[in-house]
Design a protein around this ligand. Structure first.
Ligand code: PHE
Length: 378
């Protein structure tokens, strides 16, 4: 049961202030109930263990240099989340389909980059920000609407690069690559790595770091040289900086062999008891999986239909009992009507579900999908 008040970064927040019946609000109850969990602040949870492991890398290579923040409030302004980091006005990430809005000017942060500008303004030049981030998304074993990121920023002043003979941007880019290759080795050991050109509104040039792990190239993080405009707007026009952002779940799933992203949220002792403080990369031993149950449903969609909205409805009813929602058939008839067939996989990680329970859920889902999404069931 979700409590109706939360304490976030020392601020008390009432559920009614976040979850409202208001057209500019799209935060469901299920999301509010995740906001106070602070998984990344539990030292014996895989996300906390990973956070501490990354801290350890920065502390041993840059003693006393990086300031750490892990309880900044996830409710931020549109300005902090988007404008301050130069996200274009028409960027998809700003849409109600992708982001949770508390009201037209306030969102649940969709990345920890939302804190770059304010921390620069407060005078910090080296910092790590860890926190829960929120994105409306589809449902499968690696996607969950709440996950955790760590942001890192390092600012340089002219005396740093002048001695090097490099121009400021190249100097920052070289330092960035060296630091993050070191981090990847700290976490993954001696792995092959490569740098891929990328795009982020807040960095230029931008890169993704990939490592070769279990016979596959895997993205580890996004990063780049901070856009000069961000430094300039926040009192650092004389400086250059680098920034990176990484998803803790992605990395923890690989490092600890965790097969399903929902497991991070379980209180089942068969999961939680397998991890302890400082034990980085201990392999998770799966406990017996209960059987899944699949239910298909077909409907004619309309122009405003999106898969994210469908997943929100399903999750609102089935919560963590839904493992995956996948499109299995899609066609358009002669009259131009488009039909989608979705398969919903129900599975509990803690117990076996009864037929009756699943049928109830599915009936509820069908009813709500029809009502809330204005589609016509077939
Ligand atoms: N904010 C980016 C994301 O969420 C990651 C990032 C952070 C990229 C900082 C570059 C610099 O995908």
């Amino acid at each position: 049961v979700a409590s109706s008040e939360l304490e976030l970064g020392g601020i008390k927040i009432a559920k009614d202030d976040v979850v409202r019946d208001d057209p500019t609000n799209n935060v469901p109850d299920t999301i509010f109930s995740k906001m106070g969990m602070q998984l990344h602040r539990r030292n014996n949870h895989p996300l906390g263990i990973l956070k501490n492991g990354i801290y350890e890398y920065f502390d041993s290579n840059y003693p006393n240099l990086f300031d750490k923040f892990d309880d900044l409030c996830p409710i931020v302004s549109v300005k902090q989340n988007f404008d301050d980091v130069l996200v274009p006005a028409d960027h998809v990430s700003r849409s109600y389909n992708d982001t949770y809005y508390v009201d037209s000017k306030t969102v649940l942060r969709c990345h920890t980059s939302a804190h770059q500008a304010e921390l620069l303004r407060r005078g910090h030049t080296h910092f790590l920000v860890t926190g829960d981030v929120y994105r409306r998304d589809s449902i499968d074993s690696t996607h969950y609407p709440v996950f955790h990121q760590m942001e890192g920023v390092r600012v340089f002043t002219p005396d740093n690069w002048e001695a090097s003979g490099l121009d400021p941007t190249s100097y920052a880019a070289e330092d960035l690559k060296k630091s993050l290759e070191g981090l990847a080795r700290h976490l993954f050991g001696a792995v092959e790595m490569r740098w891929i050109d990328a795009y982020f509104p807040f960095t230029n040039t931008s890169y993704e770091l990939e490592i070769y792990f279990k016979e596959k190239w895997m993205e580890v993080l996004g990063c780049g040289v901070m856009e000069q405009e961000i430094l300039k707007s926040n009192g650092r026009s004389d400086s250059v900086a680098w920034a990176f952002g990484l998803g803790l779940e992605r990395l923890a799933m690989v490092l600890f062999d965790i097969p399903d992203i929902r497991l991070f949220w379980t209180n089942d002792e068969r999961f939680t008891s397998q991890f302890s403080e400082g034990q980085m990369g201990v392999k998770f031993k799966p406990f017996s999986k209960y059987p899944p149950c699949y239910k298909d449903m077909s409907f004619w969609i309309n122009e405003s239909f999106t898969e994210n909205n469908l997943c929100e409805v399903v999750r609102g009813i089935a919560g963590d009992l839904v493992e995956e929602v996948s499109l299995i058939d899609n066609f358009t008839n002669k009259k131009g009507l488009t039909s989608h067939c979705y398969r919903v996989a129900y599975r509990s990680m803690e117990r076996s579900l009864t037929d009756e329970e699943i049928n109830d859920l599915q009936w509820n889902v069908r009813e709500q999908v029809q009502k809330k999404l204005n589609v016509v069931l077939r």
